[in-house]
Design a protein around this ligand. Structure first.
Ligand SMILES: C[S@@+](CC[C@H](N)C(=O)[O-])C[C@H]1O[C@@H](n2cnc3c(N)ncnc32)[C@H](O)[C@@H]1O
Length: 363
């Protein structure tokens, strides 16, 4: 896959912005040319840098492969990996990409097949793979290689898009809920789960694609749906599934911070999800996309300060002797020292990974 470029700067501050805007990028050639960046127009097309090497001018669905070394599924296998085999065997191919192989065994790579669009309108960005999803996937893979933290967990991904992250986690998890909104995105995610069913192997895992729109209440009414047609039933929740999701310990979200209104809706849902049932940890990856802001008269990362305004620092609260009755605490996870397991992208340095918990008077 083609190498992408870093953060892009768009000309003015749109309501939803920061994606590669086809109207602004000469090399991407716009199917919806516009004299402005047009990002607040519903038909305006945007493109994830992950897809820069895909066939140009294609507006349909495309299958890309994402390759990484197979994570261990037992402690015995893990011991062999953390014994140094994985990290000592890092080679570079002719493009300078990392090639990871396990010592003393045949190369045991997993190749995920992900169906996606190469460009989309902003309401359909979930049909593309975004860089934050791949950085978080690397982070999860590293945890799978070095710990049993995710073995047998129940996990739920918010704004799952193509479903890549949850499909990868299904390698070791007990149950994964891939959630998003809209017929098209959910249908595509469902296709991807089926395209990759062989990676689950003998491991018993349940993977559900379910509707979870942050503008709606959590928990949902069993069987209810905002979708049209057969998808109403295909992606709605049963009572047992809601109970199981309440017991999830891991939440995942990648590239879901790009508009303040959306961030408000997301945190509203997180408040409901994380204040009920089993204690949950959210791993959230965001890409800082820089735009010139008229209100700040400066180049700022879109939506970033609004996102940060939701988080308190647990350490600082403890030092100050403050015990808040209800809040989110967040800590940024360093991933620079983690190898790049997934070959087909340029990691860059504009993605942050946050580990977020919800504190309430009862925990
Ligand atoms: C930029 S995409 C990221 C997709 C995927 N996580 C990735 O990184 O490749 C943002 C995702 O958030 C989803 N989303 C946006 N608004 C939403 C809402 N109100 N409720 C649920 N999901 C939403 C979109 O459908 C899309 O899948």
């Amino acid at each position: 896959m083609h190498k992408g470029k870093g953060a892009n700067v768009l000309g003015r501050q749109p309501r939803l912005s920061g994606f590669i805007s086809l109207a602004m990028e000469g090399e991407c050639s716009s199917s919806h040319p516009s004299s402005s960046n047009g990002a607040d127009e519903p038909d305006h097309q945007v493109m994830s840098e992950i897809h820069l090497g895909c066939p140009p001018f294609s507006s349909g669905l495309h299958i890309s492969h994402f390759t990484f070394p197979c994570p261990p599924v037992s402690d015995a296998e893990r011991l062999r990996c953390v014994g140094g085999e994985i990290e000592q065997n890092i080679d570079l191919d002719e493009d300078g990409d990392l090639v990871l192989t396990r010592k003393g065994r045949p190369s045991n790579n997993v190749r995920l097949k992900i169906q996606h669009k190469i460009t989309s309108s902003i309401p359909s960005v979930g049909l593309q793979v975004w860089k934050a999803e791949l950085v978080l996937a690397d982070f999860l893979l590293h945890k799978m290689f070095t710990s049993s933290d995710f073995d047998g967990v129940v996990a739920l991904e918010l704004g799952a898009g193509t479903g890549l992250l949850g499909i990868l986690l299904a390698h070791v998890a007990k149950t994964v809920f891939l959630t998003d909104r809209g017929n098209e995105v959910l249908d595509n995610c469902y296709t991807n789960v089926h395209l990759n069913s062989q990676i689950f192997g003998d491991h018993q895992v349940s993977v559900y694609v379910r509707e979870l729109d942050w503008n709606n209440q959590w928990p949902p009414i069993p069987g209810s749906s905002q979708l049209s047609g057969g998808e109403r039933y295909k992606f709605s929740w049963s009572e047992e599934e809601i109970d199981e999701a309440m017991g999830a310990s891991i939440l995942l979200a990648a590239d879901v911070i790009y508009s303040d209104e959306l961030t408000d809706a997301l945190f509203n849902t997180l408040q409901s999800l994380m204040s009920q049932g089993f204690p949950k940890v959210l791993y959230l990856a965001l890409e800082k996309r820089y735009n010139f802001s008229l209100s700040d008269l400066n180049v700022v990362a879109n939506g970033y300060s609004h996102f940060r305004s939701y988080l308190k620092n647990e350490e600082e609260l403890r030092h100050a002797g403050i015990r808040p009755s209800r809040c989110f605490v967040g800590e940024r996870n360093d991933y620079e020292s983690i190898p790049q397991y997934i070959r087909e992208y340029d990691r860059g340095n504009d993605v942050e990974i946050w580990q977020i918990k919800h504190i309430s008077a009862t925990n």
